[in-house]
Design a protein around this ligand. Structure first.
Ligand code: GLY
Length: 441
C-alpha cells in the first residue's frame, strides 16, 4: 500500500523508520519530511499546514493511508478532510482532538465523568482568573486553553507569578487566540510520566510508558522545551499502575468521548502525575509524544502499520502488541539558543559514525540537505536513540553516539534518564542524590 506521513520532526522520522519495515508498505511518502526521513521515505515538498495541498496530493497519487503526526493539523481537522474524500487516515477527528486543542474541554470532560485530575477554574476574563488565584493561592498552574507549541503551561510559585502569567496570556496575547481563555489548575506534586494508548473509538490498547525531560538544561534548569530527551519504560509505571491508569483514566475517557458523540481514534497520550494518592491526569495530547515516540518505535516488535490501520478501521480488539525486552533512551540535540532565538544552517558532521553503532539510531528532527551537507534547520535537530537491556545501559550507549556528533552549534542535556538510573541504583544499593518533582524533569 501507499502510505503518507505528515510532519517533519523526530517523531515523524521514527514513525517512517518503523513503517518502512512493514511488509504492507510498498511506497512511503512524507510531507514535508527532513534530511533523515529522506533516507527511508520519499519526501514531498508540501507543508504540514497546507491541508488542501496534502489532500490533493493524496488523491492524485492514490495514497491508501495517511498518518498525521503533529497536533496542529489534527486540531484543524485534516483527518476529517481526508475521510471526506474517502482516504483512510490515522488520527482523531477535529472534535475528538479537542482533548489536546482545548484544555478547558478536557478538564470539563474529566469533571463530568469523574476522571482523576486536579481542581481547576476556566476564565475568559483576567480579573476573574486573578480573583480565583487570590482564593486558592500558589503554587498554582496557569494554562492557555488552546495550542501554544508546548509553551502554554506556566507553573507559578507565588501569586505575583500567576498574575503575570495571566497578563502574558490574556493581555499581551503571547499565544494569540490560544490564550483568550485560561485554565487555572491546582498544583499537583508527584512524578511525571507519559502514557500512550492506541484507540479505535472503543478499544484502547496500551503502548509503553515513557518519561520526558522538558527543561532545556541539566538538573531541570532553564526554560521549558518540547522535550530534550526521553526513555521507555518509565519504572514508576509498573504493571499494577498500568491497570489503575487504564481503569480510572483511559477507559473512562474513551467511553466518555464515544458517549458524547466524539469517538476518539488515534494515539492518545496522557501526561500524568503519579502522586501518593494515585495517578492524576495533567493533560491529553492527540498525537505521539516527541521525543517519546523515538524511544517507543525502536522497542516495538509488532508491525506498527498494522496497528495504526486497526485504529482507523475499528479493529483494535484483534491487535496484540509485542515489545522487545529492552529499554530505549533518546538524547535530543538542539541548536544553541533554543527554545529562544537560534540560527539555522550550521553543518552537522559525524552522523554516519553515530548511526553505525550497534543499537543506535540517529533520528532527525530539524535538518535539511544543503549542497550535499546535512545542516540544522530548527530548534530540536537530532534525537540520538539507543536500545539496551536497561535504561542505564541505553543511556551510556546514547551518549557514546552523541560524542561522535561534530556540531559545535548544538547543545544537549547530559542527564537524560537520571530518574530511572537513580531508581535502579537505589534497588542495587548504589543510591545517589534524590530529587523531588515539581512538574520539571
Ligand atoms: N514530549 C512532549 C510532547 O510531545 O508534548
Amino acid at each position: 500500500m501507499k502510505v503518507l506521513v505528515i510532519g517533519s520532526g523526530g517523531r515523524e522520522h521514527a514513525l517512517c523508520w518503523a513503517i518502512a519495515k512493514s511488509p504492507k508498505c510498498d511506497e512511503l511518502y512524507c510531507a514535508p519530511g527532513n534530511a533523515g526521513i529522506d533516507q527511508v521515505a520519499i519526501c514531498v515538498d508540501i507543508a504540514a499546514d497546507d491541508y488542501q495541498g496534502l489532500v490533493n496530493y493524496a488523491i492524485d497519487n492514490e495514497v491508501d493511508f495517511v498518518i498525521v503526526g503533529p497536533e496542529g493539523p489534527l486540531v484543524d481537522g485534516l483527518v476529517d478532510m481526508l475521510e471526506k474524500v474517502g482516504i483512510k487516515a490515522f488520527g482523531p477527528s477535529a472534535s475528538a482532538a479537542r482533548l489536546e486543542g482545548s484544555k478547558g474541554f478536557m478538564k470539563d470532560l474529566c469533571a463530568r465523568h469523574n476522571i482523576p485530575t486536579a481542581d481547576y477554574g476556566r476564565f475568559d476574563e483576567p480579573d476573574a482568573a486573578k480573583e480565583y488565584i487570590l482564593r486558592h493561592h500558589a503554587p498554582i498552574v496557569v494554562k492557555a486553553d488552546g495550542l501554544a507549541a508546548g509553551k502554554g503551561v506556566i507553573i507559578c510559585r507565588n501569586e505575583n507569578e500567576a498574575y503575570a502569567a495571566i497578563d502574558h496570556m490574556m493581555a499581551e496575547r503571547a499565544f494569540g487566540s490560544a490564550g483568550d481563555e485560561v485554565i487555572i489548575e491546582h498544583f499537583m506534586a508527584g512524578e511525571e510520566a507519559s502514557f500512550f494508548v492506541l484507540v479505535d473509538g472503543e478499544t484502547a490498547v496500551p503502548l509503553r510508558s515513557a518519561q520526558d525531560h522538558k527543561p532545556a538544561f541539566d538538573g531541570g534548569e532553564g526554560p521549558n522545551t518540547g522535550g530534550m530527551g526521553a526513555y521507555t519504560p518509565a519504572p514508576v509505571i509498573d504493571e499494577a499502575m498500568t491497570k489503575v491508569i487504564m481503569e480510572t483514566i483511559i477507559k473512562p475517557t474513551v467511553k466518555a468521548m464515544a458517549s458524547e458523540g466524539n469517538p476518539y481514534k488515534g494515539v492518545l497520550y496522557a501526561g500524568l502525575m503519579i502522586t501518593e494518592e494515585g495517578p492524576l491526569l495533567m493533560e491529553y495530547n492527540a498525537r505521539f509524544g516527541d521525543p517519546e515516540c523515538q524511544a517507543l518505535m525502536v522497542t516495538l516488535k509488532s508491525d506498527i502499520l498494522d496497528a495504526l490501520i486497526a485504529c482507523a478501521d475499528g479493529t483494535l480488539k484483534n491487535v496484540k502488541l509485542q515489545w522487545h525486552d529492552s529499554a530505549a533512551l533518546t538524547v535530543v540535540m538542539a541548536t544553541t539558543g533554543y527554545p529562544g532565538r537560534y540560527e539555522s544552517g550550521s553543518e552537522i558532521k559525524g552522523l554516519e559514525a553515530a548511526d553505525a553503532i550497534d543499537g543506535v539510531v540517529v533520528f532527525h528532527a530539524g535538518t535539511r540537505m544543503d549542497n550535499g551537507k546535512v545542516v540544522a534547520d530548527g530548534g530540536r535537530v537530532l534525537g540520538i536513540t539507543a536500545t539496551a537491556k536497561n535504561v542505564a545501559e541505553a543511556k551510556k550507549l546514547a551518549y557514546t553516539a552523541v560524542d561522535l556528533i561534530d556540531w559545535p552549534e548544538g547543545f544537549y542535556r547530559s542527564d537524560i534518564g537520571w530518574r530511572a538510573v537513580n531508581r535502579s541504583n537505589i534497588k542495587t544499593g548504589h543510591s545517589s542524590h534524590g530529587r523531588h518533582n515539581t512538574h520539571r524533569t
